[in-house]
Design a protein around this ligand. Structure first.
Ligand code: SF4
Length: 351
């Protein structure tokens, strides 16, 4: 089964070290006695491994040394971890047909476990499947624990299910943790939500895992379709010399009725004075605009040279401008949210 077979003579070991590759391989070491069991293994560096097993033993060392017993070395170079594992499995199976399963030492793949049997369900990473008749649910497998942890953590960032691992005994005096501080957990630990609200959130997480993320996509799409406008604020910490003091500008001003309506209600808001920069299409919310939502960005970016530089720091903020310009928007935005006014694209304005 293995590609190469070399005779090993301790007196000529240096020649052998020069012959075998310092590369991944599966190998087998035999003695002359056909009744003796061979030594079978895989390695990331065949030469180094053989030198350790067959080189002159260090004095008083307890490491395994087969120098005086091995006569034949068989090996096959391999090109990946997967190939090494698969070839080792086949070799063990053919060499030890009755005991190979104990020798293979297959590792179980990591899974994400949703602890639905817990009164306050949570998720964790495990390599062990529990009772399949139980209510806990497993998702995976994942190629490594790191990948499983990243998947679980990134997924849970969309929800407010708890991250702590202890069993909870809700107590209003409990301070919570960083997740409740950051509004990333409903905080059942201090009764920050009702049991029904927590169960509903866990249900959303389960649907997300069950549908490969589709349930969340549907939720977000529905919210997007229900949205009539999206206002984004970017780069408003410094005044733009191209417009009047304490004034902000709106991307795509002429495209909709939104900017003029806010200005008519007192907002210090004008048209984008840099149309050549095409900020309307370069804004993050352009994707929403293309879906039909009246999505525009408010800014006072004056094309300063500190953009995306370490020098774009607190010392360069103009708090007087920030206070006056954003303050002028408070009443108009409150009117917008509470009125029947419907932001609409002007003719030919929708991208
Ligand atoms: S806020 Fe409470 S329930 Fe949420 S993760 Fe922290 S300790 Fe756990």
């Amino acid at each position: 089964m293995l590609t190469y077979c070399l005779e090993f003579a301790p007196a000529h070991d240096a020649e052998l070290w020069a012959t075998v590759p310092a590369a991944p391989a599966v190998f087998l070491l035999r003695v002359d006695d056909p009744l003796s069991e061979p030594y079978v293994s895989k390695t990331a560096n065949l030469r180094r491994r053989l030198q350790r097993l067959l080189g002159a033993p260090a004095e008083h060392s307890k490491k395994l040394n087969l120098r005086d017993r091995v006569r034949w070395i068989e090996y096959s170079p391999t090109g990946s971890d997967f190939e090494s594992g698969f070839l080792l499995y086949r070799l063990l199976r053919s060499t030890f047909p009755k005991t190979y399963s104990h020798r293979v030492r297959l590792r179980f793949a990591p899974l994400v476990k949703l602890h639905l049997e817990n009164e306050f369900p949570r998720a964790s990473i495990t390599t062990r499947l529990g009772r399949l008749s139980g209510r806990n649910i497993y998702y995976g497998p994942f190629p490594s624990r790191t990948v499983a942890e990243k998947f679980a953590s990134d997924s849970l960032d969309f929800f407010k299910m708890r991250r702590c691992v202890d069993d909870l005994h809700p107590d209003p005096q409990f301070p919570g943790c960083i997740y409740s501080e950051m509004k990333m957990c409903l905080a059942p630990c201090f009764k920050g939500c009702s049991d029904e609200e927590y169960r509903a959130e866990v249900g959303r997480v389960q649907s997300y895992f069950d549908t490969g993320g589709d349930s969340l996509l549907r939720e977000i799409s529905a919210q997007r379709d229900a949205a009539s406008a999206n206002l984004e604020f970017e780069m408003i910490g410094r005044p733009d010399p191209a417009v009047k003091d304490d004034t902000l500008w709106l991307t795509g001003w002429e495209r909709s009725n939104l900017g003029p309506a806010l200005a008519a209600h007192g907002a210090h808001l004008v048209a984008d004075p840099h149309p050549g920069e095409n900020f309307f299409a370069r804004s993050d919310n352009f994707v929403l605009a293309r879906k039909g939502v009246v999505a525009q960005t408010i800014s006072s970016y004056g094309l300063h040279r500190d953009y995306h530089q370490p020098s774009d720091d607190l010392a360069h903020l103009d708090f007087k401008h920030l206070y006056a310009a954003t303050g002028s928007l408070l009443m108009p935005v409150e009117w917008l949210v509470n009125s029947d006014f419907q932001p609409k694209w002007n003719a030919g304005g929708k991208p």
